[in-house]
Design a protein around this ligand. Sequence first.
Ligand code: S3P
Length: 171
Amino acid sequence: SSAYRLKRSVVLVGMMGSGKSAIGRALSEKLCVPFLDSDAAIEAAANATIAEIFARDGEAFFRERETEVIARLLSGEPCILSTGGGAFLAERNRALIDEKGASVWLDADLKLLWERVRHKDTRPLLRTDNPFQTLSDIFDVRQPIYQLAQLRVDVQPGASIDETTQRTIEV
Ligand code: S3P
């Protein structure tokens, strides 16, 4: 049983590297509410990594699975749900998310995002000749869409997970 009764799920959206999984996990512990992660659920169902799914089946296939998984994960008890960075782009996903939960955008600046993703090799969209430019282009396209989230948390470059989690609770 949870100590805190959430009326609706809290759905974390935002760019790769914005901290959705880390903040989601910390929020879940603080509020004693289950933590779910759409990328992890897609990987578990496919028994493959996100990179493998992109390489084998393509991005469109991944996006179909993503919508199904988000619908499934939001059909149960309220939870903290961390989504993949592209999840909030599709209108059908936004409708699903805002029907069952409150969308919370973790808004971090490009410099911070790059610092966090540059050493990782887990993100197929950044496997290009110039991953910084790719990240920057994705950032520009998505910024106005993330603004459609119900709540926004300013992710400060120097802030700890605890501090950002606290800010998230306060919005
Ligand atoms: C994606 C972000 C990834 C993952 C996939 C696509 C995106 O999740 O869903 O690689 O379109 O931004 P993270 O935001 O957890 O990196």
